[in-house]
Write a protein that binds this ligand. Structure first.
Ligand code: DC
Length: 230
């Protein structure tokens, strides 16, 4: 069976990663959370006091960073930073507050985009992020651009963090999301944009099951089109 690559982009907390994980599971593809990679770099910079306005220090730090993913026995994905499981730490508020600034550094993007393109070379990848359809995988056979109304996104993110036992107010979540939206879509290097050939998917009024059903239909169509073409 032919394999395709699927690019999923959109603002934070729109349901991108739920869709991407669901698609990867249903198609037996590999899921790559590129946001986790930017978060892992941010954690490294914070823990090692790397001054992000010092290009030399940033370049040197990037050389020391190895990011890998592994699936645990429950099928949950974990991010490894230099062989340390940092899955929980990269979701913390200090990382969320700094990640957009780190993700705006061209040297950081260059290093991570290169790794992401290598990971996708084999096909059979579902990759979620901000620049996947525009920069990382411009030839992906299916591109989705996921959106949801800001209030819905804040509520979803807030519930997610509460479930993880993090004590953060809805207002703080709202502010963090809107600040990240602004930086992600206004940075000079590969800002968040809908690729011309991406399909817009608004998840505001869709349950997770409905989101997955819709995405899966689109994936089957793209897969059929790619098979017909070959
Ligand atoms: O998807 P997320 O919220 O975990 O992403 C964390 C940050 O990383 C987000 O503020 C934007 C940045 N990011 C990016 O610039 N490019 C990507 N491909 C993925 C994430």
């Amino acid at each position: 069976m032919k394999k395709i690559n699927i690019a999923i982009d959109g603002y934070s907390s729109c349901g991108k990663s739920t869709i991407a994980k669901g698609l990867a599971k249903a198609l037996n593809y590999l899921f790559i959370d590129t946001g986790a990679m930017y978060r892992a770099v941010t954690l490294y910079f914070l823990e090692n006091d790397i001054p992000i306005d010092d290009p030399k220090a940033v370049k040197e730090a990037l050389r020391q960073i190895k990011i890998r993913f592994f699936l645990d026995e429950k099928g949950q994905q974990h991010t490894l930073l230099n062989q340390r499981d940092v899955e929980k730490l990269i979701r913390s508020m200090p990382v969320a507050q700094h990640v957009s600034q780190v993700a705006a550094i061209p040297a950081v993007r260059r290093a991570l985009v290169k790794q992401q393109q290598e990971m996708a070379r084999q096909k059979g990848i579902v990759m979620d992020g901000r620049d996947i359809g525009t920069v990382v995988l411009p030839d992906a056979e299916l591109k989705l651009f996921v959106t949801a109304r800001p209030e819905i996104r804040a509520q979803r993110r807030y519930r997610e963090l509460q479930k993880k036992g993090l004590n953060i107010s809805l207002e703080e979540v709202r502010q963090n999301l809107s600040q990240r939206d602004y930086i992600d879509s206004h940075r000079q290097d590969s800002p968040l944009r809908q690729a011309k050939d991406a399909i817009l998917l608004d998840t505001s009024d869709l349950s997770p099951e409905e989101q997955l059903k819709k995405s899966l239909e689109l994936a089957q169509k793209a897969l059929q089109a790619a098979t017909d073409k070959s």
